[in-house]
Design a protein around this ligand. Structure first.
Ligand code: NI
Length: 170
């Protein structure tokens, strides 16, 4: 397993739409395992393949290890699709690709996701609360969407100005 470099804004690859995986083979499993290692190393709760520069529809989540120190139980999904969604939840989100920035985002509180698991088997997952938030956040990444795309245009422009200032200073 390897820790991969995580892309950060404004890397253009974060704005691209990722391609489906045709089969979860050894190469995809390797990607999944590397993503998990990268996520745990960064103390994140989720990671999407485009964040490590691979434009394929693969995500990894573990909402309990980083927060509670529970045993590592990464959930891998290839080609995730939300097949049911309801309710509202507002969560203060962050993203490994957007360091040092957090903002409240409203998403669905209850979702059902289908896709392929690490063994290329069909998977259906019911998720609520933080897991639902995390899955929606990671699936957004596969469509080139970041959590800052959910906040108001005013908040986003303040964020972009701060980011530009930080880049100029660096
Ligand atoms: Ni993210």
């Amino acid at each position: 397993m390897a820790i991969l470099p995580i892309l950060t804004v404004p890397d253009r690859r974060l704005k691209q739409v990722s391609q489906p995986v045709t089969l979860v083979d050894d190469a995809v499993r390797q990607l999944m395992d590397d993503m998990a290692e990268t996520m745990y190393h960064a103390i994140g709760i989720g990671l999407a393949a485009p964040q490590v520069g691979v434009l394929r529809r693969v995500i990894c989540c573990d909402v309990t290890h980083a927060q509670n120190g529970d045993e590592k139980k990464p959930v891998f999904i290839a080609n995730p699709v939300i097949v049911h969604q309801e309710g509202d939840i507002c969560w203060k989100e962050g993203c490994l690709s957007i360091p040092e920035y957090h903002a409240e985002v409203t998403r669905y509180s209850h979702i059902v996701v289908q896709g392929l698991d690490r063994d290329n088997q069909p998977l259906e997952l019911k998720a609520t609360e933080l897991m639902a938030v995390c899955l929606q956040h990671e699936i957004d990444h596969l469509n080139g969407k970041l959590f800052i795309d959910h906040i108001s245009a005013l908040k986003r422009s303040i964020f972009m100005k701060k980011l530009k200032k930080k880049k100029d200073e660096a």
